[in-house]
Structures are given as structure tokens and as C-alpha cells.
Design a protein around this ligand. Structure first.
Ligand code: ASP
Length: 452
């Protein structure tokens, strides 16, 4: 059995919804369909989730929000009209939204979450109607009735472990197609709670794990995951057919935006294969993400790049003999609540790479002062503007010359390597270059590892 998740762009209008219905009906294994709220129909359009946030804000401010309400209802009404679904579903959407708007406002976060969740909830009801209009046996399932229990702050909720058993039970005996709204669940006190933005991916992954699906199909708007960012290397044509969970995690950490490593964690933990596919090109097999795969020795699966890093460089003569130096350095970062990304070191120097967005100037000043005071180094400097390149692939294990190839390619383009880090797992290595060289560096590495 397959759990399929369709994102906002896959459900933005009637044409897209029809494609989704076709895709699901073309494979009897596709039994659970997780839907996002309608997304953007064009570049300058507004997602229904953002419209609902605006609606909640106005209503909380005590202002007249009827125009915003009508605009949201119209998004659903337009789809219903174009699919000839009748007026019933539009009346349901309107009544549900009116009831939510009239709900208690004592906790603005809870109030906003309830309205945000309606984006997916109403869409699940509409998509169910679209299946029925095509003669399919489909039903809507509610996160409340099926036991999707969440906890934590509004807009950033997390799953309660008991949900897996609840969902397994709820889906143990069902027939036909179930349409399930993504992005939200319920706290034990009955209030709605949403996952972070983009959270329908999390719902899909949780359901796939709970029902032990054979595959979790995540439909988006690209044919596959590419070994390098096609915006930087437009000539990349061949997508990644299969990669492992570990490769996926490394690539997504280092900037691959097609999927979120956190969102797919439930499916990864349950070892459910994940298939990234394209709603607009359903015959393309997409990218499979699995526990193990056959590897081609010496060939990476992908090259990722992310910018915006800075580097604390701490030098001290005889540092290698000073027991506890590293621990005390990292303690300072921990005290400041800063997580670090890598820490390449030499005998008398240690670097700590941090994302610039996690470090304001004041914190940087405080951390530097504490390092000087508490560790008495010869020198501490903070340098900004680094990009991190990651070359990733299980095929690199025990393959001599992988780093040499990267170093040679960068050298031949006159690009200086600021830092290098390779973990003992040998599944990836990281190279830091200055931000301004990043696109050239990506192209150089791509041409070195993926000659065409
Ligand atoms: N509709 C929500 C958002 O726009 C969740 C999702 O689409 O996954 O963030």
C-alpha cells in the first residue's frame, strides 16, 4: 500500500486537482492521500495558508475580515466550480470557516492555528468530493478521529508517540481511498495544533510510518532530485534514481531544498522507502530514497552547497597538550545556545563553523570576549562569508582520490579551499570556500565528478 502526499502547487487549481485524482486512480496501491492547502497558481499568487493567517490576524485585531473570508471561500469555490462539484462543498467550507472565526480568541496562537489548519482540512473535503465525482470510493478522514495527537507550541507542534498506534488502529480496516489533511493534529485538550510551515510533508511521513506503507510517495513539481542545483548547473539532466537515507540527510543538510530531512524522519525511522515524484509528469519514476542501495565505487550521488557561514578561529601554542581546551570552548557555545556545524582543527588551532543567521553581532562579541578571557588563546578571529560544499555518496567509501579530484578541480579554477572536513564514515566531505566563489566551485566539482 502507498501513502501519497500532494503539496500546495499540486492542488492549486482544478486542473491540478484533476491530475491528482488521475494519478491516484491509476494505481490501486495508492490508498491514503495526504493533501496540503491550495498553493500558488502563479508566481505572484498567495497560498491559501497565508490568506488564512491574514484572516486570523484581522479577526484577532477586531477588524472587519469579511473580504478576506470571501477571498478564501472563493479559492475553494473556483476549484469546485471548475470541477462541477456542486454548491454543497462550498457551503461546508464557508460554514466551517465562519465557525472557526467565531471561536475563542483568548489564545491567539491556538486561534490562528485553527484557521491555518482549515486550509488543509477544507481541501481534504474538497478533494474527497473530486474523487467521488469520478465515481471513486473515497472518504475524508479527520486527524481528530484518527488520533493524530500533537503537543507543543502553536505553529511548531510535535507528534506524541501514541499517535502511531492510534493511526495504525484507525487505518487497520479500511476500504477505498482515504483523503487526509496534512499539517495539523490535536492536543489532548482538544485544541488544534499545526506543524511548522510545510508540515504536510510531516503528516505524510507519519502516516506512511504508522500504516507501514510499502512506499511513501511525495508528489511535488520536479521530476526528480538532481545531483546538483539545476539553477547553478542548468545542463544537469539526469536525476538521482536512488539514494540512501544517509545520503539524503547529508544532501538536505547542506542545502538540497526539495525535501526536508526532518519532515521525512518518521518514514526513515520506520524504513519506509520514499519516492519523490512530479505531479505534472507522473510517468517519470522520480527519486527513490531507501535504506541501502548498490553503489558505483568512486561516484558521489550529489554535490550540495549552502552559504552564510562564519568561522571562529582560535590559535594557541601547545593547544594539543592542554587537556579540556576543546570542551571549554564548546561549553561557551553551549552557554550561548549556539549550535555549530563543523570543527576542523590543527595541532595549535581549532575552527568552529557556525551559521551566520544563528549569531548576531552582540553574541559574536560576547563569545569572542569569553574565549579570550577563559581560554587565554594567542589569537581569536571571526571571519564571515563562507560557503560550505558537500560532496556526498556511499560510493566514496574506500575509494582513493575522491578528495584529490575535488582539490584539483578547485585549484584549476583558482579557487582557494579555506577548510576541509571528512568524517570517518567517509560518506561525505565538506569543503569551505569564500561565498563569492561558491557557484564557480559547484560547477567545477560537478564537471569533475559527473563528466559528460
Ligand atoms: N499549507 C502549509 C504551508 O503552506 C503546509 C504545507 O503545505 O505543507 O506551509
Amino acid at each position: 500500500m502507498k501513502v501519497c502526499k500532494f503539496g500546495g502547487s499540486s492542488l492549486a487549481d482544478a486542473r491540478q486537482v484533476s491530475k491528482v485524482v488521475d494519478i491516484v486512480l491509476s494505481d490501486l496501491q495508492r490508498r491514503i492521500v495526504v493533501v496540503s492547502a491550495p498553493g500558488k497558481r502563479a508566481k505572484d499568487d498567495v497560498k491559501v495558508t497565508d490568506m488564512l493567517i491574514g484572516l486570523a490576524r484581522k479577526s484577532l485585531a477586531g477588524e472587519d475580515a469579511s473580504a478576506e473570508l470571501e477571498a478564501v471561500v472563493e479559492r475553494y469555490a473556483g476549484i469546485a466550480r471548475d470541477l462541477s462539484l456542486g454548491d454543497g462543498i462550498v457551503a461546508t467550507v464557508r460554514a466551517d470557516l465562519e465557525a472557526l472565526l467565531a471561536g475563542p480568541k483568548d489564545d491567539p496562537g491556538v486561534y490562528t492555528d485553527a484557521l491555518k489548519a482549515a486550509g488543509e482540512n477544507e481541501n481534504a473535503k474538497l478533494v474527497t468530493e473530486a474523487f467521488r465525482a469520478r465515481g471513486a470510493n473515497a472518504r475524508y478522514a479527520s486527524p481528530k478521529d484518527t488520533g493524530m495527537v500533537l503537543s507543543g507550541p502553536s505553529g511548531n507542534a510535535t507528534l506524541e508517540e501514541e499517535s502511531y498506534a492510534n493511526l495504525f488502529r484507525a487505518f487497520s480496516d479500511f476500504s477505498g481511498i482515504v483523503v487526509y489533511p496534512g499539517f495539523f493534529g490535536y492536543r489532548k485538550d482538544g485544541t488544534v495544533a499545526t506543524f511548522p510551515r510545510g508540515g504536510s510533508d510531516i503528516t505524510g511521513s507519519i502516516l506512511a510510518a504508522a500504516v507501514r506503507a510499502d512506499v511513501y510517495e511525495n508528489f511535488t513539481d520536479v521530476d526528480s532530485v538532481y545531483p546538483v542545483d539545476p539553477r547553478i548547473v542548468p545542463e544537469v539532466s539526469e536525476g538521482i534514481a536512488t539514494m540512501t537515507y544517509r545520503e539524503m540527510r547529508e544532501l538536505s543538510y547542506a542545502g538540497f531544498g526539495v525535501f526536508s530531512d526532518e519532515a521525512v524522519y518518521p518514514a526513515v525511522k520506520a524504513r519506509v522507502p520514499i519516492n519523490i515524484r512530479n505531479t505534472n509528469h507522473p510517468s517519470a519514476p522520480g527519486t527513490m530514497i531507501v535504506q541501502t542501495r548498490r553503489v558505483e565505487p568512486g561516484r558521489p550521488v550529489g554535490i550540495a552547497c549552502d552559504g552564510g557561514f562564519c568561522n571562529f578561529i582560535v590559535d594557541k601554542y601547545l593547544m594539543n597538550r592542554e587537556v579540556g581546551f576543546g570542551r571549554r570552548l564548546f561549553q561557551i557555545l553551549e552557554d550561548e545556545g549556539i549550535s555549530y556545524e563543523h570543527s576542523p582543527s590543527g595541532i595549535d588551532s581549532i575552527s568552529v563553523i557556525v551559521r551566520e543567521r544563528n549569531l548576531d553581532r552582540e553574541t559574536e562579541r560576547r563569545v569572542t570576549a569569553r574565549i579570550k578571557r577563559e581560554l587565554s588563546p594567542d589569537n581569536v578571529t571571526v571571519t564571515h562569508g563562507y560557503a560550505m560544499l558537500m560532496v556526498v555518496g556511499e560510493g566514496m567509501i574506500f575509494s582513493p582520490g575522491m578528495l584529490a579530484k575535488a582539490a584539483g578541480a578547485l585549484a584549476s579554477h583558482g579557487i582557494n579551499i579555506s577548510m576541509v572536513n571528512q568524517g570517518a564514515s567517509e560518506i561525505s566531505f565538506m569543503i569551505c570556500v569564500k561565498d563569492e566563489c561558491r557557484e564557480d566551485a559547484i560547477r567545477a566539482l560537478y564537471n569533475a565528478y559527473f563528466p559528460h
